[in-house]
Design a protein around this ligand. Structure first.
Ligand code: SF4
Length: 500
């Protein structure tokens, strides 16, 4: 069933991260929208990453506290379980993101709120049958599949792969890493549109008090002083887009979601209310920088020279917006935030993506890194003739049933091994589709001499603690006979794009 309620978006002023003020705003929003949380109420924040390096990457805990308290109040006894669930990004244990973001401490304060680290939960299969789908089934954590009242609580941010990350894009965190990285390539926008079939939120509230511009992991803070709420994901995203001056239909995953009946981007059909007009919100957002910069341009003037050809020719695009090129942009920004001398410290590197056929201007001693399975190139590096062939495998060969977990330490070892094997060679090939942010960050450290944040003593202790707890829990589950992944359809059968 497709959404039938009138799409409504409420734009409210919020001066600061005051949980009580946010609670009052969200409570009023729920009442205005006529929503009563009930049953298994699940809140999905954006905790893609958190900690001192990433202060503006995630939904703030004060914001979440206000939302959770408002839900508790509005739902009362109708709520059987109130939970916050997330799978954070870049292969980091979600436990670490909950601790580093302040969510752990906040959840203790609010009381009666459960946590779900999605990669530690049973994954259930959701079947797709809609036209244009990338695959016939995907997996999502059980708490998402079983939620009765789903609340999407993103952070208002730009995104280098998908232009923006508002409501629809926040769904990338409703899959564990094994499944999230499947189709996280030049078809990423289609993947996000497909994820909409898993569940639709009854309520959205975005943290736009301090928004994040330019990037998604290390965005620059941009003050908007807004709390935006809504009852329809596509309409909600359309209004957020309008606030920063872009048309929602220019954002592929929103356009596809609209075309599939998940809501309208037509502002004339969306009922707007609140104490901030759209025009006033637009005035506040004037100059907000979105993502979407090709990798060659991104690295102009730095010690990294990037070259990009098209991803596999059979696919309908000339650039892999959702995969390896965007990942290296995020990787270098993490290294820059971690070490302000990063650019001075770096050795010159050349990075090549896709089927690139032009020259590579590498001087003797400068390493050329071919990144991703689809990289291909022929030519001479120094006196050596080099022929890089694509090893890209069609997505039809990737079965989510067989998706394997690959943790950050495994990636670290794999990158180190590849770097070791390429010692003395003018080039190196990093395999994967995609090669993740974590792997590319590690490769830049190993090859370019940048400082590795994973070896930072302040970071390492908390990270390792979360990592050990996560792996121990998974081992205990396996020993206890728990099935981590469940084949076959969920009890609900086909996915359910319902709005009540
Ligand atoms: S290998 Fe990388 S660049 Fe190539 S299609 Fe896959 S994600 Fe895109």
């Amino acid at each position: 069933m497709k959404p039938t309620t009138t799409p409504r978006v409420i734009i409210r002023h919020c001066e600061q991260y005051d949980p009580e003020a946010i609670r009052a705003i969200v409570r009023a929003g729920l009442d205005e929208l006529g929503l009563k949380p009930h049953g298994r109420t699940l809140v999905k924040p954006n905790l893609v990453t958190a900690g001192p390096l990433f202060p503006h990457a995630h939904t703030r805990p004060e914001f979440a506290e206000g939302v959770l308290r408002a839900l508790q109040e509005a739902g009362g006894d109708a709520i059987s379980e109130l939970a916050v669930g997330e799978r954070c990004g870049i292969t980091i244990p979600t436990r670490h993101a909950f601790t580093n973001s302040g969510f752990d401490a906040m959840i203790k304060r609010v009381k009666g709120v459960k946590k779900y680290y999605f990669e530690e939960e049973k994954q259930v299969e959701i079947q797709y049958s809609h036209p244009g789908r990338l695959r016939d089934y995907v997996f999502t954590p059980e708490p998402v599949a079983r939620a009765d009242f789903f609340v999407n609580m993103p952070k208002f941010k730009a995104h280098p792969w998908t232009t923006v990350t508002f409501g629809c894009k926040n769904y990338i965190g409703i899959q564990d890493d094994r499944h999230r990285l499947i189709d996280h390539d030049h078809r990423l926008n289609e993947k996000i549109a497909d994820l909409q079939y898993i569940i639709q939120p009854q309520f959205l509230a975005i943290d736009a008090i301090t928004a994040g511009e330019g990037r998604m992991l290390t965005p620059k803070p941009f003050t908007l002083n807004l709390v935006i709420m809504g009852n329809n994901q596509v309409a909600f995203d359309a209004v957020c887009c309008a606030i920063i001056g872009i048309h929602a239909r220019d954002v592929d995953h929103i356009r596809l979601s609209e075309d599939r009946g998940f809501g309208t981007t037509d502002l004339a059909k969306i009922r707007l209310s609140g104490d901030v007009s759209l025009e006033e919100a637009q005035r506040r957002a004037h100059g907000f920088e979105v993502g979407l910069k090709r990798v060659e341009k991104y690295f102009e003037g730095s010690k990294i020279t990037a070259y990009a050809g098209p991803p596999p020719e059979t696919e309908p695009t000339d650039y892999c917006w959702g995969g390896c090129p965007g990942a290296i942009e995020e990787a270098i920004e993490i290294l820059r935030v971690f070490d302000s001398q990063c650019d001075e410290r770096l050795k010159r590197l050349h990075v090549v993506f896709g089927a690139y056929s032009g020259p590579i201007d590498a001087k003797p001693g400068e390493k050329v890194v071919f990144i991703g399975d689809c990289a291909q190139w022929e030519g001479k590096l120094g006196e050596q003739v080099v022929q890089i062939r694509s090893t890209y495998q069609n997505r039809g060969t990737k079965d989510p049933h067989n998706a394997k977990h690959s943790d950050v330490y495994g990636k670290l070892l794999s990158v180190r091994k590849q770097v070791g094997e390429a010692k003395g060679e003018p080039h190196i090939r990093l395999q994967g589709c995609p090669v993740s942010v974590a792997e590319q960050m590690l490769a830049i450290c190993e090859l370019g001499g940048a400082k590795n944040p994973l070896f930072d003593k302040n970071e390492a202790m908390g990270f390792n603690k979360a990592y050990i707890a996560w792996r121990a829990k998974m081992a205990a589950k396996r020993l206890g006979g728990h099935k981590y992944q469940e084949s076959g359809p969920t009890e609900r059968g086909e996915a359910r794009p319902e709005i009540e």
